[in-house]
Design a protein around this ligand. Structure first.
Ligand code: UD1
Ligand code: UDP
Length: 398
């Protein structure tokens, strides 16, 4: 049989991190898969950081990013560019990841050209159309357009079943972010970034990220004011905040936090130093999706700066707590974890339900079955409990 042509499409930092292991896995098996990469470059610098790290050279780069871009601008530019790529390559399958506008538009372009769609990290839901915005709808719309759904967890599978997706189209893989994490986090890692290299790691480090659209404006002001207060109340901690490139985030972060000693506003970090910094941090404050999966794998408590999450597994497991965006609540929850060792250890020792590092292998295995190279797919990911989380945590533990 000739190799199956798979076009992987992504555009932002998190998609690139989570698709890199899949691209690498498919590219290792050229006899069965001809894997092409098209990036919309909805992100530019933050995407390139990941492409460099994983040595991915896209066959197509639509280079669509503009400063302060709107949702409709991304949609239009990506759709026009991707349809041209599809017309030229005529792939057997388009593989997309997650919930960005690139994800949805790539699935839409494939539908317009009647090409099958595989959705990696399928089935995450909050049930609230506007939270996260626009990601919840991006996922639901992508799901509606997809032929194969690679659900990271059993909960994600249940969500899809409830929406009427046929069971045989859903395959539980674990999250590919754990594949990437396992390949990247190391005990002996040393930082070259001057700020990180000069950090005093005997101090407790709070790692912060924030970028969600629904948090722009008032909620972000609350979050950043909370950080200022945390530093005032606990001068002994160091706060490290690699600030997202979005000017809406940057301007406010600088206005509220710039110049405070011990609050390090730095450029977005490459994935390698970032996850190795997370492994050496005490606590994570974030509104990111990916960090809610990575930090539990490293045994780091996470306070999620959102009202709802599509990743309930780690909340149930006890590693992640939803605190929302009120300044008082964020300050109080952080204070508790800094001052009450019992509360901290309860969260830090929780389990990791998101994956075992084999998700990309399972995705390839399922695609072998789907395209007739195998009679059955490999066994699905099942969460085995504490022992599974332990291996990755030990890699990161100092
Ligand atoms: C996007 C995704 C979001 C994802 C996030 C990950 C959408 C609508 N949003 O949000 O789901 O969680 O990425 O980070 O798909 N910028 C740069 N350089 C970069 C990246 C961004 O300058 O490398 C600036 C640009 O001014 C750009 C702005 O950030 O216009 C916003 O980028 P955009 O992709 O629209 O939104 P994000 O908030 O990054
Ligand atoms: N990340 C990174 N450098 C940073 C901040 C985050 O490499 O300075 C990684 C992080 O490890 C995770 C991903 O980027 O894998 C999360 O991306 P982001 O928070 O932008 O998006 P989300 O996950 O919310 O969609």
């Amino acid at each position: 049989m000739p190799p199956v042509k798979v076009l992987t499409v992504f555009g932002t930092r998190p998609e690139a991190i989570k698709m890199a292991p899949v691209v690498q896995e498919l590219k290792k098996h050229k006899e069965e898969f001809h894997c092409l990469v098209a990036v919309t470059a909805q992100h530019r610098e933050m995407l390139d950081q990941v492409l460099r790290l994983f040595s991915i050279e896209p066959e197509y780069d639509l280079n669509i990013m503009r400063p302060g871009q709107s949702l409709e601008e991304i949609t239009i530019r990506a759709l026009e560019g991707l349809v041209r790529v599809l017309d030229r390559e005529k792939p057997d399958l388009v593989l997309v990841h997650g919930d960005t506008t690139t994800t949805f538009v790539a699935a839409l372009a494939a539908f317009y050209r009647q090409v099958a769609v595989g959705h990696v990290e399928a089935g995450l839901r909050t049930g609230d159309k506007y939270a996260p915005y626009p990601e919840e709808m991006n996922r639901r719309l992508t799901g509606a357009l997809s032929d194969v759904h690679f659900a990271p967890t059993c909960k994600a599978r249940q969500n899809l079943l409830q929406e009427g997706v046929p069971a045989e189209r859903i395959y539980v893989t674990g999250n590919t972010v754990i594949d990437a994490l396992k390949a990247t986090v190391r005990k002996d890692y040393s930082f070259t970034d001057p700020v990180l290299a000069s950090l005093d790691f005997t101090k407790r480090i709070i790692l912060v990220t924030a970028h969600r659209r629904e948090n722009w404006g008032g909620p972000m002001q609350e979050i950043f004011s909370a950080l200022r207060e945390i530093k005032e109340q606990h001068p002994e901690v160091e706060i490290v905040f690699p600030v997202h490139k979005n000017p809406r985030v940057r301007d406010m972060a600088e206005e509220i936090l710039k110049g405070i000693p011990g609050v390090h506003l730095i450029e977005p970090l490459d994935y390698e130093p970032f996850v190795n910094l997370m492994a050496r941090s005490y606590l994570v404050l974030t509104d990111s999706g990916g960090l809610q999966e990575e930090a539990p794998a490293l045994g780091k408590p996470v306070l999620v700066l959102r009202e709802v999450t599509e990743r309930p597994e780690a909340v149930q497991a006890g590693t992640v707590r939803l605190v929302g965006t009120s300044k008082e609540v964020i300050v109080a929850a952080t204070k508790e974890l800094l001052e009450d060792q019992g509360s901290y250890l309860k969260m830090a020792q929780a389990v990791n339900p998101y994956g075992d590092g084999q998700a990309s292998k399972r995705i390839r295995g399922f695609l072998r079955y789907y395209f007739g190279f195998a009679l059955a797919p490999p066994p699905e990911f099942t969460y085995l409990g504490e022992a599974q989380g332990q291996e990755i945590r030990d890699k990161g533990r100092l």
